[in-house]
Write a protein that binds this ligand. Sequence first.
Ligand SMILES: Cc1cc2nc3c(=O)[nH]c(=O)nc-3n(C[C@H](O)[C@H](O)[C@H](O)COP(=O)(O)OP(=O)(O)OC[C@H]3O[C@@H](n4cnc5c(N)ncnc54)[C@H](O)[C@@H]3O)c2cc1C
Length: 247
Amino acid sequence: MNFKEIVQPSSLEEAYEFLANHQKSVIIGGGVFLRLQKREADLGIDLSHLSLSYINNGAREYHIGAMTTLRDIETSGFLPKCMVESVRQTGGVGLRNMVTIGGSVCGKYPFSDINTALLSLGARLIFFKKGEIAMERFLGGNYMLNDILISIVVPKVDYSTCRYFKHTYTDFSLVNISVSSGENVRIAVGARPGRSVLVQDINTKHTSEELLDQIEFKDDIRGSGAYRRHIAEVMLSEILEEGLLWK
Ligand SMILES: Cc1cc2nc3c(=O)[nH]c(=O)nc-3n(C[C@H](O)[C@H](O)[C@H](O)COP(=O)(O)OP(=O)(O)OC[C@H]3O[C@@H](n4cnc5c(N)ncnc54)[C@H](O)[C@@H]3O)c2cc1C
């Protein structure tokens, strides 16, 4: 992507003013995915001077700033296992040092590993103008964003884990699964290749095949929907066999 001008606001108010007053403006997170796009924008709004890179370990929740990198998440040492594991094979360390959690969420990428983890954890997104939006609602909706993601709130859970299947180490996932249990059990499936979705009406007596029956898997260049479904069933049955998901 080419920008005619790039600004580095020093407050969220200033950043939002730029966004609201310039029709062809684009927020820059890590800038890694934007860099690949072949289009022009009048204004790039770089959020790197807004102190949005942090991970706060609260009593019941984690608060993660939108500019926190995937490498910070990987090396935090205390975030839920499914989050940490979900980013371990996102490119190499160099890429994870640049890519931000805010850019990953706002891109709503259908191949995203971390968005599946965040969905399974029941994360909530805090936007500058719109306030709080549940991850589930955000991924499900098609509305124009035109807002700045400030932080992500991740509830603490008793247990979480994830699985993903890639053709090669740093490739996009063919399919991914993330689960968590705390107040309730949540199972999310992503890279189907559509955006991550939650398994609804979870029955602890169901097999992985029955649990995933309602999830739609599709064909793309990486594999067929039927192949994806089979891999997802195997990954979920592996998780169920560990016996840690149901209380
Ligand atoms: C080579 C390569 C391999 C990858 N492999 C994987 C992989 O295996 N698994 C995986 O899950 N992901 C993968 N990704 C995607 C990556 O993890 C990030 O999700 C992606 O690069 C976006 O993060 P970013 O910080 O670069 O965002 P940017 O490129 O800066 O922004 C992405 C979008 O989000 C918007 N945005 C950014 N921050 C905000 C904010 N705070 N508020 C509002 N809007 C915002 C931008 O305007 C833009 O539309 C890969 C990317 C690349 C380039």
